[in-house]
Write a new protein. Structure first.
Length: 139
């Protein structure tokens, strides 16, 4: 058994849901040596989230973002407003989707389904880059 952990700095993304599987795989070349294991992905932010979702039709990610806007609209009487109108809805959306994922590893690759990809869901209009910690345990 071996462990590997790395913090990855993602570039700023516009509001919406964005595929990041490739960025994670490229930042973790040691994955190629893992025959079987687990990869834990943790987002170090409270107004963005992670999701495993469809990676074939980009309309799925657009629709997901639109639905989240209906569930947690900016035009709601939030008490926490000091960081702008998109901040508290971002916290709600991040709480709904979560900040971490666990993905099995097999033969050096994430063992995702045919149509699955790892996505960063950016809930702020003008967020900076986001940091994720990727931890891999395997052999």
């Amino acid at each position: 058994m071996s462990w590997l952990q790395r913090e990855i700095q993602l570039p700023p993304f516009p509001k919406g849901c964005h595929p990041i599987s490739r960025a994670i795989i490229e930042a973790m070349p040691e994955l190629a040596r893992v025959e079987v294991g687990l990869m834990h992905i943790f987002l170090k932010h409270t107004s963005a989230s992670l999701s495993i979702n469809e990676n074939a039709d980009p309309d799925v990610l657009v629709d997901l973002d639109r639905v989240l806007d209906v569930i947690a609209p900016e035009q709601f009487p939030y008490r926490h407003t000091c960081e702008g109108p998109d901040d508290m809805p971002g916290h709600v959306k991040a709480s709904l989707l979560g900040c971490s994922l666990t993905v099995p590893i097999h033969d050096g690759r994430p063992r995702l389904g045919t149509w699955q990809g790892i996505c960063l869901c950016e809930h702020r209009d003008r967020a900076g880059g986001r940091r994720i910690v990727v931890t891999v345990q395997g052999e």
